[in-house]
Design a protein. Structure first.
Length: 406
């Protein structure tokens, strides 16, 4: 009797579990249909690193000025191009750039969305960054002066951007870089979107676990009133203090990392690149100097000079700076040994020049070849791609070469 009971109970329970299992596997997904499934952020493979071909290629995309997609019309295109031209042309250009250049990383230098034309900032962000998320490439963005003119503040925008798939953007640094051991919370830093990314050496090389290229992202703000005068934002002293600290901490860490004497490289061999939206006032001086590319409009910088160029010169690691903001300037010019390069406008809803194709910049860092494996960064080159039929490659130049710098 007892045994039969137990067997019955056992069969009964098995039956119940089978039903529950079937419900769970066959039907449950239908029960939550219509609700957003819970998805976690997709992360790229980290750390960022040079490829086994010894290169790290960055696509810089400036001023996409995205609005509401298909209903947002193009500005400054030829009359024959106007019909059927919308934000989707910007999307199409971004896809073409990624397909053509196959970069390792994409850097968006602000005015990603044009706030006043975007009914919903979050929707506009998801649409404008759609192609890069689909590509599964690691990407980072900072803000321009127009991103916050829709439904989200600068802090909210950077928070969302940092949570998007394959984004390695950060709102602001969490730790004080000048004392990584103490991991103190960072002291007040102005703006949203100040962060440092490091790129490791090639797999299999002795620098595979060392960062050999540093990328600084800085928030150049939007607008401000100074002495009653309306002007553009600028990079503040707190941000410069932070970036100086990162640079020094980076050098210090290398000295402490005591795994191999080979790892202790002089600063000249560990270059850095900086990305921000609004040019610094000294860029105006380039009108009188030799440049590569075109200088077609006044530099719309801040009336305040906070000493960004001076800071970078004293740090010594920054070899080139990549900016946006002035869509019809696409040149690179050298100030005190540091290159300042515009991306050139990429977005069809941003102002431009009819008949002058939208464009984007490519930055290629190449490693030196050792006897048996890849070494540190040897050369940094750049060029642009136009959104014309053949995606013309123009204005190729060397920005930095290890051999001529030491
Ligand atoms: C915009 O995209 C459409 C459709 O893909 C294309 O036919 C048109 O030539 C594009 N316009 C410009 C100015 O690139
Ligand atoms: C880098 O780290 C990996 C994983 O920890 C290790 O297997 C490899 O030996 C390291 N390479 C160097 C050059 O230190
Ligand atoms: C450097 O290496 C030596 C010997 O391997 C070790 O005793 C020392 O603690 C290391 N120093 C640091 C700062 O890691």
């Amino acid at each position: 009797m007892e045994a039969l009971n137990i067997r019955c109970t056992f069969l009964y329970l098995t039956f119940v579990f089978a039903i529950i299992y079937l419900l769970q596997t066959l039907i449950s997904h239908k029960l939550i249909l219509g609700r957003q499934p819970i998805t976690l952020k997709q992360n790229p493979q980290l750390p960022l690193r040079f490829s086994s071909d010894g290169i790290f290629k960055i696509l810089q995309v400036a001023d996409m000025h995205f609005g509401n997609g298909v209903v947002t019309r193009c500005r400054d295109v030829l009359p024959s191009e106007f019909d059927g031209c919308s934000d989707l042309n910007t999307t199409r250009f971004l896809r073409r750039l990624i397909d053509e250049e196959r970069p390792d990383f994409v850097a968006f230098t602000g005015d990603n969305i044009f706030g006043t034309s975007a009914a919903d900032a979050a929707e506009s962000l998801f649409e404008v960054f759609g192609p890069v998320m689909e590509s599964r490439l690691p990407w980072a963005a900072i803000l321009g002066n127009h991103d916050q003119e829709s439904t989200m503040t600068r802090e909210e925008l950077m928070t969302l951007i940092s949570l998007m798939d394959y984004s390695v953007s950060q709102i602001n640094p969490a730790e004080d870089p000048s004392s990584p051991a103490n991991a103190r919370m960072v002291v007040d830093i102005e703006g949203f979107g100040n962060y440092n990314l490091r790129v490791n050496g090639a797999p299999g090389s002795h620098l595979a676990n060392s960062s050999i290229l540093s990328l600084y992202f800085l928030d150049s703000g939007d607008r401000a009133t100074v002495n009653g005068r309306r002007t553009y934002g600028w990079i503040k002293e707190s941000q410069l203090r932070w970036v100086r600290g990162v640079s020094q901490g980076f050098e210090g860490q290398k000295r402490d990392s005591n795994q191999s004497a080979d790892l202790i490289l002089p600063p000249a061999e560990t270059p850095a690149l900086a990305f921000f939206h609004i040019p610094v006032p000294e860029v105006r001086q380039l009108y009188f100097k030799e440049i590569v590319g075109q200088f077609q409009e006044a530099v719309a910088c801040s009336a305040v000079n906070s000493g960004v160029l001076q800071t970078f010169v004293s740090m010594g690691d920054v070899k080139a700076v990549f900016m946006g903001h002035d869509h019809t300037n696409d040149f690179c010019g050298n100030l005190d040994g540091i290159w300042f390069c515009y991306g050139g406008g990429c977005g069809y809803h941003g102002y431009g020049r009819a008949g002058w194709p939208r464009r984007a910049r490519i930055i290629l860092a190449e490693l030196g070849k050792g006897e048996r494996a890849w070494m540190g960064v040897k050369r940094i080159r750049t060029w642009k791609r136009l959104d014309d039929e053949k995606m013309s490659k123009i204005d190729e130049q060397v920005l930095w070469d290890l051999n001529s710098s030491i």
